[in-house]
Design a protein around this ligand. Structure first.
Ligand code: 5GP
Ligand code: ZN
Length: 113
Protein backbone atom coordinates (compact mmCIF):
# COMPACT_ATOMS: atom_id res chain seq x y z
CA UNK A 1 0.00 0.00 0.00
CA UNK A 2 1.79 3.13 -1.18
CA UNK A 3 -0.83 5.80 -0.52
CA UNK A 4 0.05 7.89 2.53
CA UNK A 5 -3.53 8.38 3.72
CA UNK A 6 -4.48 4.73 3.15
CA UNK A 7 -1.57 3.98 5.47
CA UNK A 8 -2.79 6.53 8.04
CA UNK A 9 -6.26 4.93 7.90
CA UNK A 10 -4.69 1.48 8.40
CA UNK A 11 -2.60 2.87 11.32
CA UNK A 12 0.62 1.93 9.55
CA UNK A 13 1.61 5.59 9.93
CA UNK A 14 0.87 7.30 13.25
CA UNK A 15 -1.51 10.25 13.29
CA UNK A 16 -3.38 12.24 15.88
CA UNK A 17 -6.79 10.75 15.16
CA UNK A 18 -9.78 12.78 16.36
CA UNK A 19 -12.56 10.58 14.93
CA UNK A 20 -12.93 7.24 13.15
CA UNK A 21 -15.66 4.86 12.12
CA UNK A 22 -15.97 2.10 9.53
CA UNK A 23 -16.00 4.58 6.61
CA UNK A 24 -14.09 7.70 7.74
CA UNK A 25 -10.99 8.75 9.64
CA UNK A 26 -10.25 12.32 10.82
CA UNK A 27 -6.86 13.44 12.14
CA UNK A 28 -4.87 16.57 12.85
CA UNK A 29 -2.83 17.94 9.96
CA UNK A 30 0.91 17.50 10.53
CA UNK A 31 1.52 21.10 9.40
CA UNK A 32 -1.48 23.01 10.76
CA UNK A 33 -2.45 26.26 9.06
CA UNK A 34 -4.87 27.32 11.82
CA UNK A 35 -5.45 26.46 15.50
CA UNK A 36 -7.82 23.72 14.28
CA UNK A 37 -6.67 21.96 11.12
CA UNK A 38 -8.24 18.54 10.76
CA UNK A 39 -8.27 16.30 7.67
CA UNK A 40 -11.31 14.08 7.10
CA UNK A 41 -10.67 11.14 4.77
CA UNK A 42 -12.64 8.13 3.58
CA UNK A 43 -11.11 4.75 4.34
CA UNK A 44 -11.77 3.92 0.69
CA UNK A 45 -9.04 5.14 -1.66
CA UNK A 46 -10.26 7.83 -4.07
CA UNK A 47 -7.41 9.84 -5.63
CA UNK A 48 -9.06 13.17 -6.47
CA UNK A 49 -12.48 14.80 -6.69
CA UNK A 50 -12.32 14.01 -10.42
CA UNK A 51 -12.58 10.33 -9.53
CA UNK A 52 -15.84 10.57 -7.59
CA UNK A 53 -18.67 8.46 -8.90
CA UNK A 54 -22.33 8.66 -7.95
CA UNK A 55 -21.68 5.79 -5.57
CA UNK A 56 -19.58 8.16 -3.45
CA UNK A 57 -22.34 10.76 -2.90
CA UNK A 58 -23.21 9.40 0.53
CA UNK A 59 -19.57 9.11 1.53
CA UNK A 60 -18.80 12.72 0.60
CA UNK A 61 -21.87 13.87 2.50
CA UNK A 62 -20.63 12.00 5.55
CA UNK A 63 -17.22 13.66 5.21
CA UNK A 64 -18.75 17.14 5.13
CA UNK A 65 -21.12 16.45 8.01
CA UNK A 66 -18.27 14.97 10.05
CA UNK A 67 -16.14 18.05 9.38
CA UNK A 68 -19.01 20.23 10.62
CA UNK A 69 -19.40 18.07 13.73
CA UNK A 70 -15.67 18.28 14.52
CA UNK A 71 -15.77 22.07 14.14
CA UNK A 72 -18.82 22.23 16.39
CA UNK A 73 -17.14 20.04 19.03
CA UNK A 74 -14.12 22.34 18.92
CA UNK A 75 -16.31 25.37 19.59
CA UNK A 76 -15.90 26.88 16.13
CA UNK A 77 -19.43 26.53 14.77
CA UNK A 78 -20.72 29.98 15.67
CA UNK A 79 -17.59 32.03 14.87
CA UNK A 80 -16.92 30.12 11.68
CA UNK A 81 -14.51 27.78 9.99
CA UNK A 82 -13.53 26.71 6.48
CA UNK A 83 -13.76 23.40 4.65
CA UNK A 84 -11.61 22.81 1.56
CA UNK A 85 -11.02 20.03 -0.94
CA UNK A 86 -7.96 20.75 -3.10
CA UNK A 87 -7.97 19.07 -6.51
CA UNK A 88 -4.81 18.57 -8.56
CA UNK A 89 -1.90 20.89 -9.28
CA UNK A 90 -3.42 24.37 -9.50
CA UNK A 91 -5.12 23.91 -6.13
CA UNK A 92 -1.95 22.51 -4.54
CA UNK A 93 -3.12 18.95 -3.91
CA UNK A 94 -0.12 17.01 -2.63
CA UNK A 95 -1.70 13.82 -1.26
CA UNK A 96 -3.73 11.93 -3.85
CA UNK A 97 -6.35 10.44 -1.55
CA UNK A 98 -9.26 12.84 -1.14
CA UNK A 99 -9.30 14.76 2.12
CA UNK A 100 -11.46 17.53 3.49
CA UNK A 101 -9.48 20.24 5.28
CA UNK A 102 -11.37 21.71 8.25
CA UNK A 103 -9.73 24.93 9.44
CA UNK A 104 -10.77 27.20 12.29
CA UNK A 105 -9.65 29.38 15.14
CA UNK A 106 -8.40 32.38 13.22
CA UNK A 107 -9.71 34.83 10.64
CA UNK A 108 -9.16 33.21 7.24
CA UNK A 109 -8.45 35.34 4.18
CA UNK A 110 -10.60 35.34 1.06
CA UNK A 111 -9.96 34.91 -1.81
CA UNK A 112 -7.43 32.17 -1.05
CA UNK A 113 -3.88 32.62 -2.27
P1 5GP B 1 -3.27 18.92 0.13
O1 5GP B 1 -2.19 19.92 -0.15
O2 5GP B 1 -3.08 17.62 -0.65
O3 5GP B 1 -4.67 19.46 0.00
O4 5GP B 1 -3.14 18.59 1.68
C1 5GP B 1 -2.34 17.58 2.18
C2 5GP B 1 -2.22 17.84 3.66
O5 5GP B 1 -1.73 16.69 4.29
C3 5GP B 1 -1.26 18.99 3.99
O6 5GP B 1 -1.95 19.99 4.73
C4 5GP B 1 -0.16 18.30 4.80
O7 5GP B 1 0.32 19.10 5.85
C5 5GP B 1 -0.86 17.06 5.31
N1 5GP B 1 0.02 15.92 5.52
C6 5GP B 1 0.97 15.45 4.66
N2 5GP B 1 1.57 14.37 5.17
C7 5GP B 1 0.98 14.13 6.37
C8 5GP B 1 1.18 13.13 7.38
O8 5GP B 1 2.01 12.23 7.27
N3 5GP B 1 0.39 13.21 8.48
C9 5GP B 1 -0.53 14.20 8.65
N4 5GP B 1 -1.24 14.19 9.79
N5 5GP B 1 -0.75 15.16 7.72
C10 5GP B 1 0.00 15.12 6.59
ZN1 ZN C 1 -5.31 6.14 -0.41
Amino acid sequence: MSCLFCRVAAKEIPASIVYEDDRLVAFNDINPQAPMHVLVIPRRHIATLNDLGMDADGLVGEMVRRGAAIAEEGGYAARGYRTVFNCNADAGQTVFHIHLHVLGGRRLGWPPG
